[in-house]
Design a protein around this ligand. Structure first.
Ligand code: WT7
Length: 574
């Protein structure tokens, strides 16, 4: 939650791609952005063609498209090379009989192969499903089951977490590794790539055809498969230009994992649609390694997240002063509220403003942003991009005045908007319950200059270190533990991670509360679901507050935690 101030920080960038915000908004048309693509005339498009092949067939053929490093591997690839490798993978898939509309998942640590696979999937018209590498069996199973994926690209280290025997639709496991002993249904990625042709007639798609499926969590039910389509490229390209401010010579680094939407929309599509050189760093977060990455590649544009900035800030200014970051000219943030304090720190150590951007998995691309050419109000998410209208609505869908807190909503539609929730049309409809609006689930207010200020979620979704966690998914895992009778999960405010996950647990008869039991339960979630979804804190209770219909009241748990009044308890069980 950020409080309003009228402090303004003037632009630091001399010549941004978007010179005048009001002017750009005034006569903006998406059709004009589209007209920069060749498919404007044919109507047929392919994201991977526009991101890679188009450059490979131009004077950018030998330009470095990808710098990859993870502490062990250190590699560089040109647009021409990525075209060939993704073509090969497209052929591998076709030989397996995989094509248009099939769901093909990727579940492996970051590596160049991951990106070749992703682009190859898209080239043959299949729908890519990237999974966060830290997911454990239950998380993997839920997503593959719901999407009925036919193939998965993975590494031997992840293989034990894929319950193939329980997934009848999953026919092919493509393994990226060395000295593999293959079992039935398994394919050796490197071997198959070697024997595949590097020529491919890619599938030309309709703009509304499926591109990518990102699973994300709500407050109830299993994770939802958010479907994006090839048309999203219009938004990725445009925001890459005006928000990331990408230009021909930029070296760009987005720190997000491709298992999350930021790591694809802005880790793959936006930079490459704009022909920029893209830096990908694998391995774990370490402040010194991150600064070294900025220095080594001469990163000019950098997109990261508040938790990372806070951790870098915590690592001290002496560390950063040992690196040459003079190439850096534009810094951006997404995923959670960006503290004004962090913006001020950025001014000091990077000599740069950090530009906050707001969007969601469902929106596919940036919607409310701070631009290089405009004054920043620290603590504000910025203003809607040209082509997008945002408003604050009350619970009946009426537009509220400036400074009134309410539901942050976006006027429909924009190119990268989700087109479907997989297998769940009614969930999709919920977002559009006020005619003509997409309701985000965030609460915010708008000031009289049109800047938006994030206040919190209106639902129980937890945002820990910029990663979205659904309490239901964690609770479901917790109650699988033999000692747990009931569990309720909330986000607890945390100075570093924004929120951490806290679980309230009622034990089954015969179990006694102890520190060991807490640790055991945490481990159970870590190894069964995912480390990032495991509670950092557990509190045992004799009983949890429930509605008469038996639903655990997270609102009451949260009030307990924050020492706030519990509010209306009239629906409570007893
Ligand atoms: C939720 C979406 C696609 C971006 C990565 C997260 C929160 C996102 C901001 C911001 C405050 C933010 C919102 C949103 N969020 N950006 N700039 N300031 N909160 O995508 O996992 O779908 O989460 O993240 O609550 O609803 P996501």
């Amino acid at each position: 939650m950020s409080s309003f101030t009228n402090e303004r920080i003037a632009p630091t960038s001399a010549s941004p791609n978007m010179k005048n915000y009001e002017q750009a908004r005034g006569h903006f048309r998406w059709e004009e952005v589209e007209s920069e693509f060749t498919w404007h005339e044919t109507g047929k498009i392919n994201m991977a063609y526009e991101a890679i092949d188009r450059h490979a067939e131009s004077s950018r053929r030998d330009k470095i498209a990808l710098y990859y490093s993870d502490g062990q591997r250190e590699e560089a690839y040109t647009f021409g090379q990525i075209k060939s490798s993704s073509n090969r993978f497209g052929n591998v898939l076709r030989q397996l009989g995989i094509g248009k509309g099939d769901r093909v998942f990727i579940f492996m640590p970051r590596s160049p192969e991951l990106y070749f696979a992703l682009l190859g999937i898209i080239k043959v018209g299949a729908i890519a499903g990237p999974l966060f590498e830290a997911f454990m069996e239950t998380a993997v199973k839920d997503r593959l089951e719901d999407s009925q994926a036919v193939a998965i690209v993975t590494s031997p280290s992840q293989l034990p977490r894929i319950p193939v025997q329980d997934l009848p639709h999953l026919k092919h496991v493509i393994l990226v590794g060395h000295d593999l002993r293959l079992e039935q249904g398994q394919v050796d990625f490197h071997q198959a790539m070697e024997s595949a042709s590097e020529e491919l007639d890619l599938d030309w798609m309709d703009r509304e055809d499926g591109l990518i499926l990102h699973y994300t969590s709500g407050s109830t039910g299993k994770p939802k498969g958010v479907l994006h389509v090839h048309d999203a490229m219009v938004q990725h390209y445009y925001t890459g230009k005006i928000v990331l401010d990408l230009k021909e010579d930029d070296v760009y680094w987005c720190t997000a994992d491709p298992g999350w939407v930021t790591g694809t929309s802005y880790g793959v599509f936006a930079p490459w649609l704009n022909g920029a050189t893209n830096v990908i760093r694998g391995g774990r977060f370490k402040p010194a390694d991150w600064y070294a990455t900025l220095q080594k590649y001469g990163v000019t544009v950098w997109y990261s997240a508040p938790t990372a900035f806070r951790m870098l800030m915590g690592a001290g200014d002496e560390l950063v002063s040992g690196f040459d970051l003079s190439k850096l000219r534009h810094v951006l943030s997404v995923g959670e509220p960006l503290n004004p304090e962090v913006v001020r720190w950025g001014l000091n150590v990077f000599k740069q403003r950090i530009h906050d951007t707001w969007w969601m998995t469902e929106t596919g691309g940036q919607l409310i942003c701070n631009y290089p050419g405009m004054a920043i109000k620290p603590g504000s998410m910025g203003k809607p991009i040209p082509g997008v209208d945002a408003a604050i609505l009350d619970d009946e869908g009426r537009i509220l005045e400036p400074y009134c807190m309410g539901n942050l909503a976006i006027k429909t539609a924009w190119p990268s908007m989700m087109r479907r929730i997989w297998n769940n049309p009614s969930k999709y409809e919920e977002y559009f319950r006020f005619k003509g609006w997409y309701v985000s689930g965030d609460s915010a207010f708008r000031d009289e200059d049109g800047y938006f200020w994030f206040q919190g979620r209106v639902d129980d979704v937890i945002n820990t270190a910029g990663e979205r966690v659904g309490p239901f998914e964690v609770e479901s895992k917790l109650v699988e533990h033999p000692a747990v009778a009931e569990a309720g999960v909330i986000g607890k405010p945390d100075p570093m991670r924004g929120e951490v996950i806290k679980a309230f647990i009622a034990l089954r008869d015969g179990y006694t509360a102890s520190e060991e039991l807490k640790e055991q339960i945490v481990r159970f979630v870590k190894t069964g679901l995912s480390a990032h979804a495991a509670p950092r804190e557990i509190e045992f209770k004799d009983k949890l507050p429930k509605t008469r219909s038996g639903k655990i009241m997270r609102r009451v748990l949260k009030a307990w935690e924050l020492n706030l009044p519990t509010g209306d308890m009239s629906t409570i069980e007893d």
